[in-house]
Design a protein around this ligand. Sequence first.
Ligand code: PLP
Length: 376
Amino acid sequence: MPFQSVPPARDKLLFTPGPLTTSATVKQAMLHDAGSWHYEFNGRVARLRQALLQLAGVSKEQGFECVLMQGSGTFGVEAVFASAIPRKGKVAVLSNGAYGERMIQMLQRLEIQHVALRTPENTPNEVDSLDKLLKEDPAISHVAMVHCETTTGILNPLEAIARSVNSRGRKFVVDAMSSFGAIPIDCAKLGIDFLISSANKCLEGVPGFSFVICRAQALSAMDRPARSLSMDLGDQLRGFEKNGQFRYTPPTHSILALEQALQELAGEGGILGRAKRYEANYVELVKGIEKLGFKCFLPPERRSYIITSFCFPDLKNFSFNPFYQKLSDRGFLIYPGKISQADTFRIGTIGRIFPADIQSLVAAIGMAMVELENAA
Ligand SMILES: *Cc1c(COP(=O)(O)O)cnc(C)c1O
């Protein structure tokens, strides 16, 4: 018997940190086979790179470039470290979650000198300790931070860190994976040398590639060949400049999807318009779920409207899996916690979801809790 399956009437909605629910039209945009060497496709890649620069508030004339990199967001972050930290360079990493820790792991693997400035998962990056460190250690050439640490949803103080990094004359690497497209970020004003994000988060495209908005000058500071062949951002950029092509097989369908997704972003009123919807999602979520007796892990002033961590409820024998299953059965996928200090789960408010979807999710959570209470 050949494999057969009946597609569900509707995909489950994703309340996750990504990949996210996308629009039908973004999915439809992928129903084509693009020739990766063809001038039509290359033109689309060029326009996409241009559009991403614009979203970051910068231009080629200001010395910025947009380099697309195959793979998920992690590949983009690792490509920056592999391609842009000179042999004698040293990176200070601000970490308060899994993505900061992942940066540290990358630097270990790449054998790049580094120092970690950690704060607990519920505490933002500390500007004063960074500033002191930069003053005392002239060997530090780069500072790396995670804008929205998706581990908890905490928003780190990008502007204050930027002021310290800029005034101390260091290069600045920002993982804006889960914030780019939802929170305005002006790379020129903030003196960001490398900003990394990916197609499948707040831009509402599909997985397949990440991108780096970088100052061309900071990229060319690399003194020897990059530490990776396939993830060499400099070579990748030279490839785009030479013939408009990716050096190796491009994620053709994901490119077509992001092209459509950016039109939809513009149609929504750009980053500010999208921010409004995400914020409305977040407000609706917290209002509804607090009514059900759940508590947020972070105090309000530290939260983002991207993703929110909730503490396990006061229900005897509550565990994540049965709760998750009950929500999944009703068509909603939430996300487990990733925190070491507390039992939490996470709900994302990004992607093609609206306040009405949040209301449906909250109703499903209410029903799931009644069922779990009755079973307890
Ligand atoms: C999603 C994300 C990444 C990249 O994760 P991938 O699974 O490789 O796409 C990196 N940093 C942050 C803050 C993220 O939210």
